[in-house]
Design a protein around this ligand. Structure first.
Ligand code: SAH
Length: 232
């Protein structure tokens, strides 16, 4: 079964939002599993210390390499070939294509940092890749880990209701999604675009495509450029 192991100082944060709605129902149904590992359980001194002051000075605390390595080694059993990531603002940004790749694999191991971050030696010593949620700084890796897991889990077989929903979503074709409407037909004087109630499926598809292209061009010219390059 697709399994996410999350190494964290705050295991009580999980499943949190992953326990509700789509991901939560799938979790209850046994379509994936979640293993929140307490890093503190791997501390060895009597105060169960997980961090220490930064070498070279400066503010804050750094999570210790020995404790983190013990937590990783205690979680990754021999033969476990799940990719292992350290959530970090320095990492490669999470994308929909990575979410697809992760969903197609055996699961994921995620290490959540806190404080100033983790001892650099663990990243190489345990072969961690660095993965970022975006160009901003969170106070810990947990929310980023939840985002990564959510993006992958909704793509697992049987998790999303309609088989097709997913293929047409934002980013799947290098496009942001077209606008959605539902009843009431008229709301505060605004009506649903006529084409959508015409019953003409070819026209509807063409309209949606046009809208998706327009929105992508206006809001994310970077995506438009990438798409044009791959289509050429
Ligand atoms: N001093 C670090 C930030 C530490 S924030 C720096 O300047 O890069 C504390 C923890 O939050 C990090 O160890 C990381 O696990 C997590 N985190 C913060 N921002 C993140 C982001 N954009 N993506 C993923 N994880 C993030």
């Amino acid at each position: 079964m697709w399994t996410a192991s999350v190494l964290t100082l705050f295991p009580e944060m999980f499943p949190g939002p992953l326990g509700a709605s789509l991901a939560g129902k799938a979790l209850d149904a046994g379509l994936w599993s979640l293993d929140a590992v307490s890093i503190r359980d791997f501390a060895t001194d009597k105060h169960r210390t997980v961090d220490d002051t930064p070498a070279g000075g400066g503010p804050g605390m750094v999570m210790r390499a020995d404790v983190l390595a013990a937590a990783i080694d205690g979680t990754r059993t021999p033969g476990d070939d799940r990719p292992a990531y350290y959530l970090s603002p320095r990492g490669t940004p999470l994308t929909q294509s990575l979410a697809r790749e992760l969903a197609a694999g055996p699961g994921i191991l995620l290490l959540c940092g806190r404080f100033e971050g983790i001892d650099e030696r663990v990243i190489e010593g345990r072969n961690l890749q660095e993965l970022s949620l975006g160009d901003f700084v969170l106070s810990g890796g947990e929310i980023a880990a939840m985002a990564v897991i959510d993006a992958a889990v909704r793509l697992l077989p049987g998790v999303m209701g309609a088989e097709a929903s997913g293929a047409e979503e934002s980013f799947e074709q290098g496009l942001l999604e077209y606008p959605h409407y539902t009843r009431p037909q008229e709301w505060e004087g605004h009506v649903i675009p006529e084409v959508l109630t015409s019953g003409n499926h070819a026209k509807i598809a063409a309209w949606r495509r046009e809208q998706a292209e327009r929105i992508t061009r206006e809001r994310r010219p970077d995506l438009s450029v990438k798409r044009n390059q791959t289509e050429r």
